[in-house]
Design a protein around this ligand. Structure first.
Ligand code: GDP
Ligand code: MN
Length: 383
């Protein structure tokens, strides 16, 4: 789960990481009084769930409240990486002497947390890693040991010198680490961590993402969730307890088991089709799940054909068949449907469906080829 800069900065503040005061507004005129209150010379920043806002024109300096209104209006008219800008943050402009980078990520393969730091912050870190990898220091942290102060000190001294700056930076690094661990983050990034003319170091930008699988432990974080991060389908599927990921294609997929769902999507691609979604209806035999899944998929106007691929283990094919019939009864489905059912109670399941006039495939690759061809000719493109 991603959050906006202003939300990440609230977290920073609660962890004692220095940030500047700011006001978040959702219309241009509101930026005027905000700028006035913050000392006139301000920076206006798009609040979108995407990085690289600076390059996209989403970060602008305003010298006066009138300019703040003008720039806020310009930024609010932008769409950055598919996110229409709905809010901007107004914050006092700082005179920056140096931009540092501090970032924590998970190094899954090594089961470590990786701290990355650089004196050459401000720019895109991926770009820096490509063009100037030597400018980034990497400091792996064992999750069981935490930060080993004596090992980190010399590295911080290298970057920030041995004086006052290190004294400011060191506890900030420790607090960011604490945030990373306590809130089950997958990324905590400060870019730039800026040294300002007055001698202070401040987090001018804040990027925090969370491990979705740990959200249940953090209701305070879950509350920060922004609906624009998820498609309408994903939100609906989540409510229904389905594992669902939206994709760009036109073939709706209802599959039981994540592995089979992945394999089905691979086969669709292999035969030249494009999946509209990943959907695992799970191992339980609940006709309701099939009904809910069909409902979500049918509401996606891009979908031109649907494949239901069930390998019955715990899931019983007759339950799935009943779910399909129930769904057909309750929702109008004018999209071609290809069903493949094998496994537990497959004969019963197939009979239920063939009696109701459906064709049921036994063999996966012919079922997939059929749905791919139907997706191209079926309902005829965008419905
Ligand atoms: P990003 O492009 O999405 O990473 O957005 P940032 O918040 O990092 O802003 C991009 C750049 O704008 C920063 O690297 C800074 O150079 C500049 N910037 C951001 N905030 C301020 C500020 O308060 N004062 C000044 N002078 N520059 C800023
Ligand atoms: Mn940044």
């Amino acid at each position: 789960m991603r959050i906006h800069e202003y939300q990440a900065k609230e977290l920073f503040e609660s962890y004692g990481v220095p940030i500047h005061e700011h006001v978040v507004v959702s219309s241009a005129p509101e930026a005027g009084p905000a700028a006035e209150r913050l000392g006139s010379d301000t920076v206006i920043k798009a609040q979108v769930l995407a990085g690289g806002r600076g390059k996209a024109g989403g970060v602008k300096r305003a010298k006066t409240p009138a300019q703040a209104v003008e720039k806020a209006g310009e930024i609010l008219a932008l769409t950055i990486k598919d996110f229409p800008v709905e809010k901007v943050l107004v914050t006092p402009a700082s005179d920056i002497l140096q931009e540092y980078y501090i970032g924590f990520t998970l190094e899954r393969t090594k089961r470590e947390i990786l701290l990355m730091m650089s004196k050459a912050g401000g720019v895109d870190i991926e770009e820096l890693a490509k063009n100037q990898p030597e400018a980034i220091v990497k400091f792996p942290i064992s999750i069981s040991k935490g930060i080993e102060t004596e090992k980190l000190k010399p590295i911080v001294h290298d970057l920030f010198g041995t004086g006052r700056l290190s004294d400011q930076a060191f506890p900030v690094i420790e607090r960011l680490y604490k945030l990373f661990v306590e809130k089950d983050c997958s990324l905590v990034e400060v870019n730039p961590y800026a040294l300002e003319k007055g001698g202070g170091l401040f987090a001018l930008d804040a990027k925090v993402t969370f491990d979705d699988n740990a959200l249940y432990k953090h209701p305070d974080i879950e509350e920060m969730k922004n609906p624009e991060e998820y498609s309408r389908d994903e939100i609906e599927a989540k409510k229904q307890g389905l594992s669902f990921v939206s994709m760009d294609g036109c073939i709706g997929c209802i599959v039981n088991g994540a592995g089979l769902a992945m394999a089905t999507m691979d086969l669709i691609k292999y035969f030249g089709g494009q999946p509209a979604n990943f959907l695992d209806v799970g191992g339980s035999s609940s006709p309701d799940k099939v009904l809910n899944a069909l409902d979500i998929i049918v509401n996606n106007r891009k979908v031109t054909a649907i494949i239901i691929n069930i390998f019955g283990g715990i899931t019983r094919c007759d339950d799935i068949a009943n779910g399909i019939l129930m769904a057909m009864d309750r929702i109008e489905i004018d999209i071609p449907l290809v069903i493949r059912l094998i496994g537990t109670n497959e004969l019963e399941g197939r009979k239920i469906l063939t009696d109701a006039g459906f064709q049921v495939a036994e063999d996966l690759s012919s079922a997939v080829q059929k749905v791919v061809s139907l997706s191209k000719t079926g309902a005829g493109g965008d419905r």
